[in-house]
Design a protein around this ligand. Structure first.
Ligand code: 3HC
Length: 382
């Protein structure tokens, strides 16, 4: 282990409880802090469900499960949760005003030695760090849902983050058995969400423009784009509340990243968050891990070329803007979203020229955000 011994996780939702669980599994002492006991009770139930799954698959033993649970301490008391903490990981909803309040509390209670990390999915790290008393000891650590199974963690330094803090947190991520990838530019959405979140909106446009249905698009995304889930299924699994908030934050900072589809905001405002609320694009038995039954006979009913083109264009943007290189990008998509084939290999299977032409046609019909990125034109084509 690194110099870190105790980790405090602020927020016990989907990401918070998962991050706490994997940290406890790696031997760290964990304090999970939330504002109400009922949230903590729900978090520990989910941790037990996950550990039972791992136990049944003999990935952990009975004794290990007991020890992991003993290392997890739950509290609503911020001061108690931060006592002796070496690293605090904030995992509260994507709302800068809320985060500001949370960091004020952390600043009042944290010890001098404590490093700060945010699991923000989209907010600029430099911006959040500037709300705190220690921007040089602040870093973005972006985990993927479910943290228990996804191998990737994006590490995002802010403008003032010291190289030593990056090194310590990279070591921490490796000690969890995860793969850190450095996002070299603090861009909206970092690497994976810059592709994933806009793709949900684009798929919602395809639904209307191509007069097709959810299952046809999802089956095609799964089989022809090599995703482990359909894109609407993944949106419901991630949570439309999370996707909507991430959209607002990304779009307010960069109008070129996507064209928000009003249906996402509508589902959010109707409380249709996906699996967690029982209804999103699909219906679910409330609150349980569930998969959508995607019919194989639907695969040939939809050609996802526009989605391939759109995802590739945002991927190209990340590379041409220096956030990552092509290998890092493919690794991030494989380990953060479970892609079973490289995105640019899928592009090649369609033909780079055909993908560029698809983007040009989309740009003609729907606006400049579809204009092909220079990476596709200058590098992928050659
Ligand atoms: N802990 C332990 N086990 C779990 C689990 C958890 N948290 N969640 C699911 N499982 C179990 C399932 O119950 C199932 O168990 P079983 O074998 O007993 O039935 C097993 O894992 C395998 O699950 P599935 O049968 O559903 O099969 P998959 O092979 O498809 O794996 C998956 C599931 C890992 C979720 C895979 O579908 C996947 O990678 N999906 C994509 C997820 C993704 O893209 N995540 C990132 C979203 S973006 C994000 O998080 C960023 C944020 O900022 C928005």
């Amino acid at each position: 282990m690194s110099t870190i011994k105790k980790v405090t996780v602020i927020g016990s939702g989907t990401m918070g409880h998962g991050i706490a669980q994997i940290s406890a599994m790696a031997g760290y002492n964990i304090s999970i802090r939330d504002v109400e006991q009922k949230f903590l009770d729900s978090a520990i139930d989910k941790i037990k469900w996950s550990l039972e799954k791992l136990l049944k698959k003999q990935k952990i033993t009975d004794l290990e499960m007991k020890a992991i649970l003993e290392r997890i301490h739950l509290t609503t008391d911020l001061n108690e949760s931060l006592s002796e903490s070496d690293l605090v990981i904030e995992a509260v909803p994507e709302d800068l005003i809320l985060k500001k309040r949370v960091y004020e509390g952390i600043d009042e209670n944290a010890e001098d030695k404590t490093l700060y990390a945010s699991n923000t999915s989209t907010l600029p790290i430099t911006e959040i760090a500037s709300l705190t008393s220690r921007p040089e000891r602040f870093v973005g650590l972006h985990f993927f849902n479910p943290p228990q199974l996804m191998q990737l963690v994006e590490v995002i330094p802010g403008k003032e983050t010291s190289p030593k803090v990056v090194e310590t947190t990279v070591n921490f991520i490796e000690s969890l058995g995860k793969q850190p990838i450095l996002c070299r530019k603090d861009v909206p959405g970092f690497i994976v969400n810059r592709i994933f979140i806009p793709l949900v909106h684009e798929a919602a446009y395809c639904l209307e423009r191509d007069k097709t249905n959810l299952v046809a698009i999802d089956s095609a995304v799964k089989e022809k784009m090599n995703f482990p889930m359909g894109i609407f299924e993944l949106a419901d699994y991630t949570g439309l509340d999370v996707i909507h908030k991430a959209t607002v934050e990304m779009y307010s900072r960069d109008k070129d990243v996507m064209n928000p589809n009003p249906n996402i905001e509508r589902l959010f405002s109707e409380g249709k968050y996906g699996q967690k609320s029982g209804q999103g694009f699909y219906e679910y038995k409330k609150g349980q891990y569930e998969r959508v039954n995607l019919a194989n006979n639907q695969v040939e009913k939809y050609d996802p070329v526009k989605l391939v083109a759109f995802a590739a264009n945002n991927a190209g943007w990340l590379i041409s803007h220096g956030a990552c290189d092509k290998n890092e990008l493919e690794t991030a998509l494989r380990l953060g979203m479970g892609l079973k084939a490289e995105l640019f290999e899928t592009v090649k299977s369609y033909g780079v020229e055909s993908i560029i032409n698809t983007l040009r046609q989309l740009a003609k019909e729907n606006g400049d955000i579809y204009e092909p990125d220079q990476f596709l034109i200058n590098h992928l084509r050659s």
